[in-house]
Design a protein around this ligand. Structure first.
Ligand code: PDD
Length: 276
């Protein structure tokens, strides 16, 4: 069952007009929220980020946090699986095609839930491969915008080369992945690029840094150069749907000794414990 503009219905019955500004301009924002044991994970934080994205595109939040909680509860209850992921999508609504904002138009609100795939055991054991590419996206990457064409093209580069993710480099510095945040480890210190307009402030990113702080894992938030990324002992990828994954091959070169490292193992275990 999905939610569209105030109504719950089967996805087969959900349609939006072709003049929706999401379809015409990619004029909207979204959230992806994992659900463990039928409970949304870090919902308050996801709703704060949603508000930040809506502010970024000057769109009024169509629901209060209590209303969001209530709708999401119903979606979770009416979809299969203890572990799911919610996709929440808001566009500026349906209007005659004109770039400028339309007056008096209600936003389109769409929510669906899908089963949350478990990260493949094999990849957790061996690690995944990634490639690098120039970060050619706009400079409001902190807004979780539905206009994802650069991310789509960048991610496909990875798929074309049988890799899991594309790691993005802007002006010789690491930003993030095409659909994930990236950490590196050097000399047993976890390094995270600082939040800025050049990356999405990941909810999983925050959890990893909190876990590091609470467990005396040395960590530092600072700019990470491309060279440091290539010389890293470990590279870790985080996202709501992939949790924490080790990257052991970068542009076909082994990362460190080419095996998932000690900090990955530690943080992965802490994350499993935390989400339970
Ligand atoms: N993507 N950076 C980008 C560009 C992302 O698209 C995502 C997540 C992240 C990680 O953020 P979080 O930990 O809050 O999921 C970072 C989601 C999963 C997606 O688009 O499907």
């Amino acid at each position: 069952m999905i939610y569209l503009n105030g109504k719950f219905m089967p996805i087969e019955e959900a349609f939006i007009p072709v003049l929706d500004r999401g379809f015409i301009f990619g004029d909207g924002v979204y959230e992806v929220i994992p659900v463990y044991s039928r409970k949304p994970f870090r919902l308050a934080e996801h709703l704060i980020r949603l508000q930040h994205s809506l502010d970024g595109i000057r769109l009024k939040n169509p629901c209060s946090n209590d209303e969001w909680r209530n709708i999401l509860e119903q979606i979770i209850a009416n979809n299969d699986g203890e572990d799911q992921y919610l996709y929440l999508h808001i566009t500026r609504g349906v209007a005659k095609r004109d770039h400028a904002f339309p007056a008096n138009v209600s936003p389109t609100v769409f929510i669906m839930s899908n089963p949350l795939p478990q990260p493949p055991e094999e990849l957790l054991k061996t690690g995944a491969s990634a490639i690098t590419a120039n970060d050619n996206r706009w400079i409001r990457c902190d807004v979780k915008a539905i206009s994802l064409l650069p991310n789509v093209l960048l991610r496909q580069l990875a798929v074309d080369r049988h890799a899991l993710e594309t790691i993005l480099i802007r002006n010789q510095f690491l930003t993030e992945g095409a659909a994930s945040n990236i950490f590196i480890v050097k000399d047993k210190v976890l390094l995270a690029p600082p939040k800025s307009n050049l990356m999405l402030p990941g909810i999983t990113y925050d959890v990893v840094l909190e876990l590091a702080a609470a467990n005396q894992i040395p960590h530092e938030i600072r700019e990470i150069s491309e060279t440091e990324t290539r010389m890293a002992d470990e590279i870790l990828l985080t996202s709501s749907t992939k949790e924490i994954m080790p990257i052991t091959l970068l542009d076909n070169h082994p990362v460190g000794d080419g095996k998932p490292g000690e900090l990955f193992r530690q943080l992965h275990a802490l994350y499993q414990e935390y989400k339970a």
